[in-house]
Ligand binder design. Sequence first.
Ligand code: NAG
Ligand code: NAG
Length: 355
Amino acid sequence: MFNTPFVLSFALLLSLPLLFFFAPRFLPPKHAQIPLPDELDDLALFRRATLASIRPGGSAVSRLGTTKSKPKIAFLFLTNSDIHFAPIWQLFFNNHLGLYNIYIHADPSSKITPPGGVFEGRFIAAKRTQRATPTLISAERRLLATALLDDSLNSYFALVSPSCIPLHSFQFMYNSLFIKPITESTSSSSQISTPLYRSFIEILHDDPYLKDRYISRGKDVMLPEVPFNRFRVGSQFFVLTRQHALVVIKDRRLWRKFRLPCHNLDSCYPEEHYFPTLLSMEDPHGCTHYTLTRVNWTGSTDGHPYTYGPAEISSKLIRELRVSNSSYSFMFARKFSPDCLQPLLDIAEKVIFRD
Ligand SMILES: *[C@@H]1O[C@H](CO)[C@@H](O)[C@H](O)[C@H]1NC(C)=O
Ligand SMILES: *[C@@H]1O[C@H](CO)[C@@H](O)[C@H](O)[C@H]1NC(C)=O
C-alpha cells in the first residue's frame, strides 16, 4: 500500500518536532563553547609570553640575589563586579611600590566602576567569563600570561576575587613568600632537596563528588590525557611561582580536554580542576597542595561558600581566619559581602595589618 520511501519521510517529518524538543538536552549550551577567535587571541598572547620568558634574563627568581631588583608579587584580580574592597587593598599596597603589580580581568559585559588609586590603568584585555564554563580558566591564563609578559620581576602570581580580603600586612605576606622559604631550607640538614619556591595550590584527590565532575563532559571524554586517577580538585585561589605560571600558559594538551563544555552543569567547575590536575601531573613536589586563601564551606549553598556579613566582622574573626593547618598562615579570606567594607576598614590598621 504505502511505499517505503513515503513511510520513511513521513516518520522523519514526525520526528522533527521531537528533535527540537530534545536537542537542547543533548547539545551543550552554546554559550559554553569558547569562540575560535578568542582561542586564537589567547594562543598568540601565550606564545608571546612564553617566548619573552625564554630570553636570557627572563626569570626573576633565578636572578634572586644577583641583581638589586627585588622580586614582585603579581596580584591577579578576576572579576565581573566592582572591586568592593578596593579601599582595603589600597591600604594594603600603600608604601610598597616596586614590590607588586596589579592586573584586573573584568568581564567586558559587566558595568564596573574603575576603582582608581593603585588600580588605575590596571585592566587587561579581557573576554566574557561565565560560571560553570572553561571561560574562567581562559581568564586566569590570560591574567598569568599578561603578568608574565609585563614584568620579568613578577615571581609569584596570586589570584584573588572581589570578595577576597587580605588577612595580613603586605610586608608579612612578602616575607612569608620570599624570605621564609630560604630560611626554612637552609635550616634543614636533609639531603633531599625540596624546591626553594613552591606554588601554593590546593590539590585534592578524595573529594566525594570527584567522579561526577570527571564525567561532567561525558564518559571517557577526558581520556587518554586525563585518566580518572590523575584527576584532581582544589580551590580556585592559588599563588603560583613564575615557573608554574609558565607551565600553565604553555599547556595545550590538557586544555584541549578542559575547554570542552560540560553536559552536566551541576558538576561543572572547570577552573577548580584544570590547575590542580595540570600541576599535580607536571610538578607535584613543587606544590604545597594547600591554598593560602581561607574559605568557609560550612553551610554552603549552590556551590557558593559562606558569606560573612558586616555584623560578623571583628578582630576575633580575622585572627580565627588566619589559623591554618600548614606552617603558613592564611593570607587571604573570602567571601565577604560588599557592606563589610566599613567594618573591615575600621579594624584594618589595628588588626588586619598588624601581624
Ligand atoms: C563558618 O560558617 C558558619 C555558618 O555556616 C558559621 O557558623 C561559622 O562560625 C563559620 N566559621 C568561621 C571560622 O568563621
Ligand atoms: C584543620 O584540620 C582539621 C582536621 O583535619 C579540620 O577539621 C579543620 O577544618 C582544619 N582547619 C583548617 C583551617 O583547614
